[in-house]
Design a protein around this ligand. Structure first.
Ligand code: TZP
Ligand code: MG
Length: 212
């Protein structure tokens, strides 16, 4: 397993709708305390100014816990806050363009739900893929569910790490990781619970013992 793959093992996405009213920074801290290896700042309704403020807070927290910090959608915010990377989907800046603008070693994640898109994103310079939705989810609107077979079809065709995303709960972790995914990206199954730190610890324990 590459170092990046290891650091993407338990990738958490704080979310205001599933977060039981907790501010994003508190959600991030709770999950980091429980052992999250990466945090993503994802907040579709925030202004650029608000996002930048969140990003500085997430940067600080990720440093404190030795986790990766990735910004969703926005390369400008990621660069401004010295994030470790950005995550880009179909409506965002093309991966190829972000790769040209980003400094050496900057992580670029790309969303893929088909092998074709996965291969293309890898060619464009993506560092990792977010693959999903694996299961139905309420956290992201209009997602297409690709299931474990869809995940497996992608993992087999690329050499960069694949993080599985979408509706993943603790009971799903083993079968998801068996496909060869390097980790899981999780929002509601952590932040929708009473004790996100404890739930993160349980995810972490479930992920132990796998070497991919
Ligand atoms: N992209 C594909 S599914 C998803 C995103 C951001 C939502 C993940 O959240 P949850 O609550 O773990 O399904
Ligand atoms: Mg996006």
């Amino acid at each position: 397993m590459t170092d990046l793959a290891k650091r993407l093992r338990l990738y958490v996405i704080p979310d205001l709708s599933s977060g039981r009213g907790l501010p994003l920074e508190e959600q991030a801290k709770a999950a980091l305390e429980g052992g999250a290896t990466a945090i993503q700042l994802r907040c579709k309704d925030a202004t650029s100014k608000e996002l930048y403020r969140y990003a500085l807070a997430f940067r600080h927290l990720a440093d404190e816990y030795g986790a990766l910090f990735i910004v969703n959608d926005r390369l400008d915010i990621a660069l401004a806050a010295k994030a470790d990377g950005v995550h880009l989907g179909k409506d965002d800046l093309p991966v190829r363009v972000a790769r040209e603008l980003a400094p050496e070693g900057f992580i670029i994640g790309a969303t893929a739900r088909t092998p074709q898109r996965a291969i293309e994103a890898q060619k464009e310079g993506a560092s990792y893929l977010g693959v999903g939705a694996i299961y139905p989810t309420k956290t992201k609107k209009d997602t297409v569910v690709i299931g474990l077979d869809g995940l497996n079809n992608i993992v087999e065709k690329v050499s960069i790490p694949c993080v599985a995303i979408g509706g993943i709960t603790i009971k799903d972790v083993k079968e998801v990781i068996k496909t060869g995914a390097c980790g899981v990206a999780v929002s509601s199954a952590i932040f929708g619970t009473q004790n996100p730190t404890e739930t993160t610890r349980r995810f972490k324990a479930e992920l132990e013992g796998f070497n991919n």
